[in-house]
Design a protein around this ligand. Structure first.
Ligand SMILES: Cc1cc2nc3c(=O)[nH]c(=O)nc-3n(C[C@H](O)[C@H](O)[C@H](O)COP(=O)(O)OP(=O)(O)OC[C@H]3O[C@@H](n4cnc5c(N)ncnc54)[C@H](O)[C@@H]3O)c2cc1C
Length: 222
């Protein structure tokens, strides 16, 4: 069982694709979110749908995977059971908790480790020798600066300016989940870059009725 369909959870699920196990992936959302481009959504360069992909669509070609939309609210390790918000109790043999973390940011070591966990469980389920202990490898650091400049530091080489900016864009598009999102982000970026325009400028959400605003103001005065 895997809880969370972020990078970690999805990589673990994919790592178990050929293992003789049934994978149950639980997430409280029905989509995987590519958080790295949330800044572009916040600045209206991209739409939320450009950086989100339904989890079932991501795993549709993996027959041993089942996706459940629910929120895990408790784990009973002794009974090997997770409890969910809708009241179900799901039994597990192996549990991968990939629910994200707070206060971790650049150089995050969680991503590759979850893929490693998938490989580890796969080896154990097959009776194969387990892989050597996990070691985090920093692939490099990328930071974008405005419209045509970035820094790309891979340890062995450090690039700046437009070349680094192109690498930054390619890496972000490469790591997006799903061809539709990749194509959409590429086209929207290209459009915004050429026209200086913004693709997604919708302001969504409920508008509070005027009567409710007045009632609240009257309450505050009283
Ligand atoms: C705006 C922004 C920009 C970022 N930029 C970078 C960057 O440039 N470089 C970098 O290295 N990192 C960056 N990060 C960090 C990076 O996105 C995270 O490190 C990464 O997403 C962590 O992956 P994860 O799988 O551990 O968790 P997440 O991607 O957070 O996934 C956790 C999943 O678990 C689900 N979940 C949580 N609790 C429950 C529950 N109780 N029950 C069911 N499901 C649950 C959530 O719905 C979610 O789908 C950025 C993050 C943000 C927010």
């Amino acid at each position: 069982m895997i809880v969370g369909a972020g990078f970690g959870g999805l990589m673990a699920a994919r790592g178990l694709a050929r293992a003789p196990v049934d994978v149950l992936l639980i997430d409280r959302h029905n989509y995987h979110l590519f958080q790295l481009l949330l800044y572009q959504v916040a600045t209206a360069a991209l739409s939320p749908a450009d950086i989100a992909e339904p989890i079932r669509a991501v795993l549709r070609r993996q027959p041993n995977a089942t996706v459940l939309l629910d929120e895990v609210i408790g784990v009973d390790p002794a009974a090997q059971i997770v409890k969910t918000r809708t009241g179900t109790r799901q039994h597990y043999d192996w549990l991968i908790l990939a629910t994200g973390s707070k206060y971790h940011y650049f150089g995050h070591a969680d991503w590759p480790s979850r893929a490693y966990v998938g490989e580890l469980i796969s080896c154990r389920a097959r009776g194969n020798p387990v892989p050597p202990p996990f070691r985090y490898r920093n692939e490099g650091v990328l930071a974008t600066i405005g419209r045509r400049s970035a820094i790309a530091d891979f340890g062995w080489v450090r690039l700046t300016g437009f070349v680094a900016w192109v690498i930054w864009g390619i890496v972000h598009i490469f790591f997006l989940i799903g061809f539709r999102d990749r194509a959409s982000v590429f086209l929207n970026w290209a459009w915004a870059w050429v026209t200086y325009g913004r693709g997604a400028r919708l302001i969504t959400g409920e508008v509070t009725p005027l009567s409710a605003v007045r009632r609240s103001e009257e309450k505050q005065k009283a």
